[in-house]
Design a protein around this ligand. Structure first.
Ligand SMILES: [Zn+2]
Length: 334
């Protein structure tokens, strides 16, 4: 069953990729972050006498780890800056602010942080700034909510009563050490963008919505690609013919996944499960999909499978209960 490729507008959809990146801080940055939770800022003195803040993990001169860390700041001087007119989600401040390199008092190097100056006109190189501490410390760089001009009204602690705050950091105030995980940091990573599918992918996706598996055939070599890429990588020509493929195929290779991921339970399956390369009958390339519906240990090369449809297309493949395919029938696609 085939017909010429239909021309329809490519599909577009917002994609949001989000995960928490958790890692250990190591011995030096652990001390730096733990001190931030106590509203103190530490630097490291190098072999040449210069004080680096934040502290280095290895001395740029001697390559040795630092000795005892030294207190710096908490006030400092803006060395250079750039205005952020439209803050993005997750940035230190929701209102326009400056990213600045700040040389803390007692340090010879500058650290990057946000400055809440109110307007770009109020920012300048040489501006004296002090930290505005987060109300609840977490042992992270965000324990400094931001910096603020020293000549402005004392804010001191983000979200706290300014009159009761102590920007010099002598009093940890309402700091709750229960929020701090020593030696670890969690960095939320978030990417939000619009994805535009190619015309070939769009046709494939529209087909899935109708429970049809659509590929494209190259007019030169005759190879059938699914999902279609729009061109033949072997011949460099547009794939001119749309092909509807059956729901049956063969497992060419597979792996048993034993490590889960956050949120997986919501998807209805948990490790161990099988991710397989499935070669649909009539296709010349395999695609990746789940093989469920049997013990992972039963899945094998050559196993015959069929598609199980879900709300958004093929939910997974399951054993078709047919005799295994001969190795020669799929060997060219491994
Ligand atoms: Zn070709």
């Amino acid at each position: 069953m085939s017909h010429p490729v239909a021309q329809a507008a490519p599909l577009r959809a917002p994609l949001e990729i989000e995960f928490d990146y958790t890692r250990s801080l190591g011995p030096v940055l652990s001390q730096f972050m733990a001190a931030l939770a106590e509203r103190r800022i530490l630097g490291a003195r190098g072999a040449d006498g210069r004080v680096h803040a934040p502290p280095f993990e290895y001395d740029p001169v001697s390559a040795e780890p630092p000795g005892d860390l030294v207190p710096v700041g908490p006030e400092g001087t803006v060395v250079s800056w750039s205005w952020m007119p439209e803050p993005l989600a997750g940035q230190p401040l929701a209102e326009p602010f400056a990213w600045a390199l700040i040389r803390l008092d007692g340090a010879d190097t500058a650290m990057l942080h946000a400055v809440d100056a109110g307007s770009a006109a109020a920012m300048r190189t040489g501006l004296r700034v002090r930290p505005r501490w987060a109300e609840r410390p977490a042992g992270s760089i965000r324990d400094i909510a931001c910096f603020e001009p020293c000549d402005g009204p004392a804010g001191g602690v983000a979200g706290a009563d300014p009159a009761g705050a102590d920007p010099a950091g002598a009093d940890p105030g309402g700091a709750d050490p229960g929020d701090v995980t020593p030696g670890m940091t969690i960095t939320p990573v978030r990417l939000h963008y619009m994805h535009t599918a190619s015309p070939g992918e769009s046709a494939y996706l529209r087909g899935l919505a109708e429970h049809r598996l659509l590929g494209q055939r190259c007019g030169v070599c005759g190879q059938v690609y699914v999902p279609p890429r729009g061109t033949c990588p072997a011949d460099g020509v547009p794939t001119s013919e749309e092909v509807e493929l059956p729901e049956s195929g063969t497992v060419t290779t597979f792996c048993i996944v034993n490590v889960g991921y956050p949120g997986q339970k919501a998807q209805g399956f948990t490790p161990p499960y099988v991710a397989a390369a499935v070669l649909l009958d009539g296709a010349d390339i395999a695609f990746q999909h789940l093989v469920l519906g049997c013990d992972p240990g039963e899945v094998r090369m050559g196993m015959r499978v069929r598609a199980v449809w879900g709300e958004d297309g093929v939910s997974h493949f399951e054993p078709a209960g047919e005799p295994d395919a001969m190795y020669e029938s799929y060997a060219r696609c491994l």
